[in-house]
Design a protein around this ligand. Structure first.
Ligand code: NDP
Length: 329
């Protein structure tokens, strides 16, 4: 039987305005980078997407290359949209991206107009959608003039294939320039997608100031450092965890020094009545600087746990100091 969304789905989630735009995003969003590929369990994917939506998560983030194989996450999401979520298309924000290597030859990577427009056409076909809500340039391309990438994004928005445009992994200076160029083209940059978590705080060194000044929203990726900022690796590497199966989180990163920090952070989280995952997400949300926090999950129960971060997303000065001290040791 096709899915019917829960009636109370909007009762607990917060919705934050994305920069100076008209668009609001759920404070937590769900990313489909891992666990939505051709090798993954389809029923589990459906359960994750519908659980998220029932909890008020309205934003689902993809990219052309998510899989494996590259493109299969978009295919699976397209299947879920068609069979389960079709009645809710106007309640959902779908994003996708292009910027990393996707197909052979000189036109399947980086930031040319040729690549971006062809890639979005492919993504739309894979997802069976007429448009995406947000289309991102996935990473800066130093070899393509920024004006060309910007004009491709502006063209995509004006053609209606995406409603808004964003960038990801751009530094402060690149973001400022891109924002200025796009504003001149009449398509303001909606959002930036940077990496941000308690271990990786580079956006605090200038990017956040640019985003505030330019009125650009932000959505952080890897807020749990791919699972390191949870209690799951404290007693070793559990079977089936990302560190056992992804080239993006290899077991050699999980060193005793890192786990010592995690243990300290876990104790602070317990003192707040939260799991470490919840505290790590609350920490991202603190002070309302980010529009949304982009979580990943391998099962619905993680999404249920993580959404509860919203019940306590403010910190005392002492708690923030204790977190900084735990990270600094
Ligand atoms: P997270 O840092 O949130 O890590 C998610 C992983 O942590 C899960 O898959 C799961 O791994 C584990 N986890 C989640 N919740 C819990 C919990 N409560 N308890 C224990 N373990 C938990 O995010 P991701 O690294 O998945 O990135 C999120 C999204 O960000 C991506 O899907 C993508 O959309 C986007 N992204 C964008 C990038 C870009 O360049 N723009 C780059 C990377 C990501 P496990 O399998 O071990 O259970």
């Amino acid at each position: 039987m096709a899915y019917t969304a829960k009636e109370d789905r909007y009762s607990k989630m917060k919705y934050n305005r994305c920069g100076r735009s008209g668009l609001k995003l759920s404070a937590l969003s769900l990313g489909l980078w891992h666990n939505f590929g051709s090798c993954d369990n389809y029923d589990n994917m459906v359960a994750m997407v519908t659980t998220a939506f029932d909890l008020g998560i309205t934003h689902f983030d993809l990219a052309n290359n998510y899989g494996p194989y590259p493109g299969s996450a978009e295919e699976n999401f397209g299947k879920i949209m068609k069979h389960e979520m079709a009645p809710y298309r106007d309640e959902i924000i779908v994003s996708t991206k292009a910027g990393y290597g996707m197909w052979d030859g000189p036109y399947g990577d980086h930031g040319s107009r040729k690549y971006l427009i062809a890639s979005l056409d492919q993504s739309l076909k894979r997802m069976g959608l007429e448009y995406v809500d947000i289309f991102y340039h996935h990473r800066p391309d130093p070899e393509t003039p920024m004006e060309e990438t910007a004009s491709a994004l502006a063209h995509i928005v004006k053609s209606g294939k995406a409603l808004y445009a964003g960038v990801s992994n751009y530094n402060a200076e690149q973001t400022k320039r891109m924002s200025e160029i796009m504003r001149e083209m009449g398509v303001p940059l909606l959002i930036h997608q940077p990496r941000y978590n308690m271990f990786e705080r580079q956006i605090e060194n200038g990017l956040q100031t640019v985003l505030e000044h330019e009125g650009i929203g932000s959505i952080s990726f890897c807020p749990l450092a791919q699972g390191l900022l949870t209690n799951k690796y404290i007693h070793g590497i559990p079977e089936g965890s990302r560190a056992t199966k992804s080239k993006f989180l290899t077991a050699d990163r999980i060193k005793p020094e890192l786990i010592e920090k995690v243990v300290k952070l876990n104790a602070i989280a317990e003192g707040r009545g939260q799991t470490l995952a919840q505290m790590a997400l609350a920490w991202n949300l603190r002070g309302g600087k980010l529009t949304s926090v982009l979580i990943g999950a391998s099962r619905p129960s993680q999404i249920e746990e993580n959404v509860k971060a919203l019940e306590n997303s403010e910190f005392t000065a002492e708690e923030l100091e204790a977190i900084d001290a735990a990270l600094a040791d």
